[in-house]
Design a protein around this ligand. Structure first.
Ligand SMILES: [Zn+2]
Ligand SMILES: [Zn+2]
Length: 307
């Protein structure tokens, strides 16, 4: 749940991984020290918003924290889309106290942590600062903690959550699962779960966005005469026509045979990158034929190479 040690410590200390926090109208610097020292009224008005004066209320709702999980899926699952069932260790609003953290029906008494002041002071002299009492949230009063959640307002819970991963998802995509983070407190809504999706590469394909690139070795003869060649695709295989005279480095396109584009009915393309493989010739008959071929097609290959 809370693996981060700072958050863990904050959670244990304050009941909130974000730390003590600043509630509206409270905390931070106090200018109350200036009171009664002859400051003009206008200044007092100006500073009204900063002080700790005014009736204290129970601290307000606090939204639950967002959480993050990493999932790793196979290339074919990224192609087709998939559903993952995650076993999450999350928190839920304490059913006994409805998230208040207070023991229901118990009498409210003065907060022992701050002696009923609702704040604690730090520093001294001119720059004395005030911090809202984390124990009572600035209220100065406090009910005994709920037995069920020990005053945290929420309880740990294991939950199975099924998440749909869209077809065509890319490595590094961050998916938001609304409301599946940590529970909020005092009526605050839950946080969100963020899924960091890792996609295992398919060694046959290089992926660039929705397009896929495939190395396609063809023979010298296929390059010269053209051929029909079977190539793998994400869902199986397909035949590709290699036109006569196809050179090494050429990209032959199979339109719409790449990855699905999430949220669309379209797909990217599959490109076959041509690599011409020259055969290793050992036998005299083949050498003879190639020499003959060389004489028939002599000369002009480098004619424009260095202009
Ligand atoms: Zn207190
Ligand atoms: Zn409770």
């Amino acid at each position: 749940m809370l693996s981060d040690p700072v958050k863990r410590k904050n959670y244990d200390t304050f009941g909130d991984p974000a730390g003590p926090g600043v509630q509206p109208g409270g905390g931070g610097f106090s200018f109350e020290d200036f009171d009664g020292t002859g400051l003009p009224g206008a200044f007092q008005d100006l500073f009204q918003g900063f002080g700790n004066r005014g009736p204290r209320r129970r601290p307000g709702p606090r939204a639950g924290e967002d959480t993050q999980h990493t999932v790793r899926i196979a290339f074919r699952d990224a192609f087709h889309g998939t559903r993952l069932t995650l076993n999450l260790h999350r928190s839920e609003t304490c059913p006994a106290c409805q998230g208040s953290g207070d023991k229901v029906g118990a009498p409210v008494s003065t907060c022992t942590a701050c002696g009923g002041k609702g704040f604690r002071e730090q520093g001294g002299g001119f720059f004395r600062s005030r911090e809202e009492c984390p124990a009572c949230g600035g209220a100065g009063k406090k009910a005994p903690p709920c037995d069920n959640c020990k005053g945290q307002g929420r309880t740990p819970r294991n939950e199975s959550v099924t998440v749909g991963i869209p077809a065509g998802v890319e490595d590094g995509t961050r998916l938001r699962v609304a409301g599946k983070g940590e529970a909020g407190r005092r009526g605050g809504g839950p946080g969100d779960l963020y899924l960091q999706v890792q996609v295992e590469p398919d060694p046959r394909f290089e992926r660039r966005g929705a397009n896929l690139y495939l190395d396609l070795p063809i023979s010298f003869t296929e390059s010269a005469l053209g051929a029909r060649v079977e190539v793998p695709t994400p869902e199986g295989h397909s035949a590709i026509k290699v036109p006569p005279g196809t050179q090494g480095g050429a990209n032959l396109r199979l339109k719409g045979m790449g990855m699905p584009i999430p949220g669309s009915a379209q797909r990217g393309d599959l490109f076959a990158r041509i690599r011409v493989v020259t055969p290793k010739i050992e036998d005299e008959r083949s050498k003879e034929l190639l020499r003959e071929l060389g004489e028939l097609n002599d000369g002009s290959i480098r004619e424009n190479a260095w202009r």
